[in-house]
Design a binder for this molecule. Sequence first.
Ligand SMILES: Cc1cc2nc3c(=O)[nH]c(=O)nc-3n(C[C@H](O)[C@H](O)[C@H](O)COP(=O)(O)OP(=O)(O)OC[C@H]3O[C@@H](n4cnc5c(N)ncnc54)[C@H](O)[C@@H]3O)c2cc1C
Length: 346
Amino acid sequence: MPETIIIIGAGVIGLTTALHIQQYLSPTQSVLLVARDFPSDTSVNYASPWAGAHYRPVPGSSPQALREASQAHRTYEFMKRVADEPAAGIKFIQGVEHLEAPPHEYLDAQSVRNVYTHLDGFRGLSSSEVPEGVKWGVEYGTYVVNSPVYCAYMLRKFVLKGGSVKQYALANIQEAFSLAPTVNTVVNCSGLGFEDPKSFIIRGQTCLVRNPVDATITRQNEDGSWSFCIPRPLDGGTIIGGTKEPGNWDPNPSPETRERLLANAKKWFPFAPESGGEFDVIRDIVGRRPAREGGMRIEIESVSGDRKLVHAYGAGGRGFELSRGVAEDVVVLMLEAGILEDKANL
Ligand SMILES: Cc1cc2nc3c(=O)[nH]c(=O)nc-3n(C[C@H](O)[C@H](O)[C@H](O)COP(=O)(O)OP(=O)(O)OC[C@H]3O[C@@H](n4cnc5c(N)ncnc54)[C@H](O)[C@@H]3O)c2cc1C
């Protein structure tokens, strides 16, 4: 009997997961991706198009840090393959980090090894190689993503492989089971989830400028705030960031924040001398990172009868970095639950 698997969400998590699931469908299964926002939309509640986006490891040894390290590592290897396709909007470039007051995880050798050593060309910078005031510095090969282009690329690929899409705002998650004649599985990649008390937003304000730069540089300032520049491939400009403000729902960019971000970027990042130290601003950006206490929820929940909800939401500030690892983890759960079939067994 034909069966439709519903995927909620057309952000980087929903799209990456949808593409991976497509490789494991039986001939009677199809996928319908349902979302309120798609890559051409610009809602503040749709995080993916607003992301920088670069890959910068987050050191740690907690179970969440180790789970994310594994997802990030797999995503790094995956991005190398995707970057071969120019239309994807992904490029490998040099990543540099300069920290003035490194938090304790950065000073713990094992926590650093857990997340950095797989990166091509990774090395610690000596005190003579870092700017004044910097106590901890590293460089490595990393990738940057033109996030709206990459999401549009994945959506196109999903449709070309036979996936269907529907623009629709669900009032609740149960409604998703009614969107096709036979739906037993709904994959919930909705960013914040549905009424999950552990979910919360982290506001991010950045500024997109035309000035080019050829590395992604992150600087942690003495007061604990962070500055970064992320060039977007395919002439997408450069993102200057940024803020991380948990629970701040203000959708409007703050002019004072823009001024501070640009002043820091002027001090620390090597923009071409022709710019005369001035920025050619394209737009201010405000987005809401869909975060969750304890990290992402990736699990299967059985609901009435044979119906199952497969949750994959709460990526916070790391959705692009974790995306492929998350998609693989979701597919493993679905294989174990007998929802998908391993092609090797067919
Ligand atoms: C300023 C900023 C900078 C960032 N920089 C980086 C970075 O450098 N690297 C990185 O990895 N990440 C970065 N992020 C984080 C990244 O953007 C998020 O982690 C990621 O986009 C989350 O993807 P998602 O698919 O889970 O959620 P979203 O992109 O928010 O997508 C959620 C989807 O679910 C749909 N949906 C939700 N509710 C409903 C409903 N009721 N009915 C129907 N559809 C629904 C939405 O319409 C949407 O399609 C940044 C974020 C911001 C804001």
